[in-house]
Design a protein around this ligand. Structure first.
Ligand code: ZN
Length: 265
């Protein structure tokens, strides 16, 4: 195990321990007895999936967002070796150490990005074809016990023109649960993001067990496209290795405020 993966594993173990559970290898899925309605009772460490009051994803009602002038985040992502993993719930690219988001005067390291089909967040009740999540961790924040040690940058994907930026990794996506693929090419997640980085922001959770709260969500307002065949390719791999869909249903807002950035430079 090389350095960054050891560090990643340590972080993830600490996160699981921090929410009061073991790093339990408990089976869960997206439908039936192991589906989202039952996650909270599958293991004590998954209790927040049932009891949490700040869960993700949510529906974003655009008439109800609170426009705020906020500091923009800065993305400093590097080209990274394309290491793709099918973890049995999604397919992700594990990002080599050294790519950061600067946010609220903290440095958040990009750990990985992965995909959901259909989208997890909805806008005015409307789902999208897919959603990409870029997961960041502020190690210093985590060890200091601060909220928002994890920040997820979310990106909604609509069916449309072929996504040339994702094409280089798409054909190499591993289709078997547990399978890992190392492509010879490198990839930079920055290439996928839209020009306009305006986001909806709210405090939420991981959208998978153990549904850990204190996750800062930044959902980009501008969407990107993928072609029908790119979307169908992902869905086929998902059906073969996991499930026909891998989106958790939207969760109650419980009075949380959703903001939208305005007046950024
Ligand atoms: Zn996700």
């Amino acid at each position: 195990m090389n350095g960054w993966r050891a560090k990643l594993t340590l972080f993830l173990m600490l996160i699981l321990i921090a929410v009061g559970g073991q790093a339990a290898d408990v089976a869960w899925n997206y439908s039936g007895n192991l589906g989202p309605d039952n996650w909270g009772s599958l293991d004590p460490s998954f209790a927040l999936c049932d009891d949490g009051q700040s869960q993700s994803p949510i529906d974003i009602a655009t008439f109800n967002v609170d426009e705020q002038v906020v500091a923009q985040f800065e993305l400093n992502y590097q080209n990274a070796p394309a290491l793709l993993l099918n973890n049995g719930h999604t397919i992700e690219m594990e990002y080599e150490t050294g790519s950061f988001m600067e946010f609220n005067e903290n440095l958040y390291e990009l750990l990985q990005f992965h995909f959901h089909a259909p989208s997890e967040h909805t806008i005015n009740g409307q789902p999208f074809a897919m959603e990409m999540h870029l997961v960041h961790l502020c190690g210093r924040c985590f060890f200091a016990g601060q909220n928002d040690a994890i920040v997820v940058l979310g990106l909604l994907i609509e069916e449309g023109p072929t996504n040339q930026d994702l094409a280089s990794i798409w054909t190499g996506l591993p289709g078997t649960a547990g399978e890992e693929v190392h492509l010879e090419s490198t990839f930079n997640a920055l290439s996928v993001l839209p020009d306009d980085l305006t986001t909806y922001r709210y405090n939420g959770s991981l959208t998978t067990p153990p549904c850990t709260e204190g996750v800062g969500w930044l959902l980009l307002r501008e969407t990107i496209t993928m072609s029908a065949s790119q979307i169908n390719f992902f869905k086929t791999l998902l059906s073969n290795s996991c499930c026909d869909f891998n989106n958790r249903p939207v969760q109650p807002l419980n009075g949380r405020v959703v903001t939208l950035d305005v007046g950024m430079d």
